[in-house]
Write a protein that binds this ligand. Structure first.
Ligand SMILES: [Fe+2]
Length: 339
């Protein structure tokens, strides 16, 4: 039987399955990842371990859902994107720490919670989309985005979107709050239009000549160029990706990651799955399917992502960035970024 069910059906089955010593081994994953993209990984895990995987897919409100289910939550593992959401899960108290030598060996300390509440399994970089026609430079710093040379030429989605909040939090980590505020004002002064749309729309606006550079995540470029939508292909082809760096630092990355649910009914299977996710096979399958960077060294990268050049990820720990997100959100309001 397929592990892919609507959440209502899955919950019904879980509720009626009861618990007995002879019950088949199961694992319940709550995820915001596209089911079709992670299915090959879950199938492989089942093949290797015999553990049947049920998934509940919720693109939004996943952490809230686990919280509202409380002690009766069937969730074993939470698999989601962005530190904002992983940290929210921890802050809601719906996770528990995992201590695993296997996870600690593979995942650099910068990409996991010091207390073991969440672990990054792949990374996405927040980069510059640059017009192929109008931008000749192939290097840029995040600092330069606030330089008046780009006045009226920059496009970006809402400053309050969680991807931008994490980027701005990284700016605070590097520059301190006062300089970050100055930078944010400079960036706002360079905008071609009010922040709007998603990351893909910034590429669309570049093609349309509205702006010369946009800010977006790496995987969207792969989704646009390799997807079925002919319009989006044109957006993706209109831009070059420049991996920006901080002065004296690297490129801002965020993570997709895993957490063990606080009341996980199948804890041993959950830990087995978390460790499976850092195996070479899973690292490759997961990063390739989502056009992300594997956290494990030496794993092959999706060709579109590899074509952007070598990623030198910034070394500020994701947990530090998480702590500065609230400050970043306040700065966005303070400078009227979205107005
Ligand atoms: Fe996204």
């Amino acid at each position: 039987m397929s592990g892919w069910m609507s959440s209502a059906v899955a919950l019904g089955l879980l509720a009626s399955s009861g618990v007995s010593a002879s019950a088949e081994e199961v694992l319940n994953i709550y995820t915001s990842r596209e089911p079709g993209l992670i299915k090959p990984i879950l199938d492989e895990f089942t093949k290797e371990t015999g553990v049947k995987v049920n998934t509940i897919f919720l693109s939004n409100g996943l952490e809230e859902r686990v919280r509202s289910e409380g002690q009766n939550s069937p969730a074993d593992v939470i698999l989601t994107v962005d530190i904002g959401r992983l940290q929210a899960a921890k802050d809601y108290g719906v996770t528990q720490p995992v201590k695993s030598a296997a996870l600690e060996k593979v995942i650099p300390a910068a990409y996991r919670d010091p207390e073991g509440h969440w672990y990054g399994v792949s990374m996405r970089a927040r980069v510059v989309y640059a017009s192929k026609d109008r931008v000749k430079q192939d290097k840029i710093t995040y600092e330069e985005l606030a330089n008046p040379k780009w006045k009226g030429k920059v496009c970006i989605r809402s400053g309050q979107h969680l991807y931008n909040i994490s980027l701005f939090a990284a700016v605070i980590a590097h520059k301190g709050e006062a300089k970050a505020e100055e930078w944010l004002k400079g960036l706002k002064a360079n905008l071609a239009k009010k922040p709007s749309g998603g990351d893909r729309e910034q590429a669309k606006d570049i093609l349309a000549g509205v702006c010369d550079i946009g800010i977006g995540n790496t995987y969207y470029v792969s989704l646009m160029r390799n997807g079925k939508d002919e319009e989006q292909k044109k957006w993706g082809e209109a831009i070059n990706v420049i991996l920006p760096t901080f002065e004296g630092g690297g490129t801002h990355v965020n993570i997709s990651g895993l957490a063990l649910a606080k009341y996980a009914p199948n804890k041993a299977n959950a830990e087995k799955f978390m460790e499976y996710m850092v195996s070479d096979d899973a690292q490759h399958l997961h990063a390739e399917a989502n056009s992300e960077y594997p956290v494990k060294q030496g794993i092959k990268i999706h060709p579109t992502i590899a074509s952007f050049g070598e990623l030198k990820a910034d070394t500020v720990a994701i947990a530090e960035i998480a702590k500065l997100r609230k400050k970043a959100s306040e700065l966005v309001d303070k400078v009227g970024f979205d107005q």
